[in-house]
Design a protein around this ligand. Sequence first.
Ligand code: ADP
Length: 188
Amino acid sequence: MLNIVLFGPPGSGKGTQSEKIIEKYKLCHLSTGDILRGEIANKTELGIQANIIMSRGELVSDEIVIGMIKNKLEANKDAKGYIFDGFPRTVAQAEALDVVLNALNQEISCFISLEVEKDELIKRLVKRGEECGRTDDNLEVIENRIAVYHKQTAVVAKYYEKQGKSHPVEGMGSIEEIFERITAVIDK
Ligand code: ADP
């Protein structure tokens, strides 16, 4: 099975590239951000709580997102592989993911880290906020999401480096160019 973690700061293009990867490799897409936004849209108790945290740009608790991922894996047992997008975002989440996958006799095949400069991240996210109105895509919250990424999430790359699975990919350029770089890593 091909199990990929697509990693990178907010605005690095994880969602866009995930769509292209699942189409090419027929993987099951597991995006904690998308699942949380689904809960918000359905006005569930979890969604109401998560919305408060997300609109500040902070991280939802590890316990909640790990539970969500477990449910999704359980519900998609027949998948050819998974792409994890926006998860894991803390070392505790990365450890929990290894435990869950081990129990299924599986493991992460590769960790792809999209590298994009801060100015470009802000430009992309502000533009997305204007176009599709995500409440966390406004300048103040964007700055906080990037700060939270450096404080709590960037260290996850070290976890996969130690396992020899980390592959940094240049995330500047056209969508197609970046996708080619990603497929070169996956196909190796
Ligand atoms: P982006 O990568 O652009 O920030 P996401 O859709 O991945 O967008 O995440 C949006 C928000 O959802 C995050 O700022 C955070 O509040 C919450 N979130 C998503 N995934 C996680 C996670 N794995 N752990 C904690 N919070 C998460």
